[in-house]
Design a protein around this ligand. Structure first.
Ligand SMILES: NC(=O)c1ccc[n+]([C@@H]2O[C@H](COP(=O)([O-])OP(=O)(O)OC[C@H]3O[C@@H](n4cnc5c(N)ncnc54)[C@H](OP(=O)(O)O)[C@@H]3O)[C@@H](O)[C@H]2O)c1
Length: 284
């Protein structure tokens, strides 16, 4: 087990108590990082922190509550006044259902609102370390379209397309963050980790037929597509340490421009405004 030194870099990984977040936290620790593991389950969190070593700790937080995200940002800033890396990894797909305590549709709340508020709350420690923010998105086709009413307005209904629209919004938000905060020395990049059929991804969808937990893993096994959690985790570590020119879309181990809409300046501005307004309203 590594022992932290004065030069040990510190990372925050959200959703670090299971799935890719856990694998990434362990891989970062193996590469010498101290990891602050954010999650909801203290016993799983303590276990991951213990296995990570290197001074890593579990920090409890529920990203469905913006008040808790703001409290979390304060706690993390005290634990890491100079923060080298924030990985907004927690994410998920949800069926249409009850909104969060802030009145937000759950897919938007977890995949866009929480990363936005947590990142804004950690700008000081990130700037101090000239750190990096990795927003975990997904594979998105170049021509994929989304209107913002489907992301967080009256037409936002979750489901698979709702999930991809929200990840597209997070990708556009990454560009907006880079434009707004790059002058402080922080770099922002979006990561598609690959298709990993072994995590619990999709278990949050309700209903009798859930493609994420039924045909998805079946076809992945049959046609042998997808990668292991370890391969995905190595992408997180590579991206944490590689030089990155401007905000980008890191896909299958290489930087790409990203889908057309995420490159559209008007869309990028609108997503920034939407995320800011929705999270501001929620806090009011
Ligand atoms: N698996 C894939 O093929 C794939 C492909 C592309 C992108 N991704 C993205 O990769 C990321 C990790 O996904 P995964 O496959 O590891 O899925 P997962 O196994 O479902 O992990 C999701 C993580 O998010 C956490 N989380 C969910 N809601 C939370 C909340 N309200 N507050 C705090 N933490 C919360 C979960 O914690 P609990 O354990 O407490 O629920 C869990 O640790 C996600 O952003 C996902 O969209 C996955």
């Amino acid at each position: 087990m590594n022992t932290p030194t004065q030069t040990t870099r510190t990372a925050v990984v959200t959703g670090g108590t299971s799935g890719l977040g856990e694998a990434a936290a362990l891989a970062l620790a193996q590469a010498g990082w101290r990891v602050l593991i954010v999650g909801r389950d203290p016993s799983r969190g303590a276990d991951v922190a213990k296995r990570a070593g290197n001074g890593s700790e579990f920090i409890a937080g529920d990203l469905f509550s913006l008040a808790d995200v703001r409290r979390l940002a304060g706690e993390l800033s005290r634990k890491a006044p100079s923060l080298d890396l924030l990985v907004n990894n927690a994410g998920g797909v949800f069926s249409a259902g009850a909104p969060t305590v802030d009145g937000l549709e759950r897919t938007f709340a977890l995949n866009v609102a929480a990363p936005h508020v947590l990142t804004e709350g950690l700008l000081e420690p990130l700037a101090k370390a000239k750190g990096r923010v990795i927003n975990v998105v997904t594979g998105i086709a170049d021509g994929f379209k989304a209107d913002l009413d489907q992301v967080a307005g009256t037409k936002a209904k979750g489901g698979m397309f709702g999930y991809v629209r929200n990840k597209l919004a997070l990708l556009a938000l990454t560009r907006a963050q880079q434009q707004k905060h790059a002058a402080r020395g922080i770099t922002f990049v979006a990561l598609h980790p690959g298709i990993i059929p072994t995590t619990r991804f999709g278990h949050t969808m309700e209903g009798l037929f859930n493609p994420f937990t039924t045909i998805g893993p079946f076809f992945a096994k049959l046609f042998r597509f997808g990668v292991t959690e370890q391969v995905a985790a190595s992408r997180y570590v590579k991206l944490a340490q590689d030089s990155v020119e401007g905000a980008g879309y890191y896909y299958e181990g290489a930087l790409r421009p990203g889908p057309k809409l995420a490159l559209d300046a008007g869309f990028v501005d609108s997503v920034w405004t939407l995320a800011s307004q929705k999270t501001h309203q929620a806090s009011a």
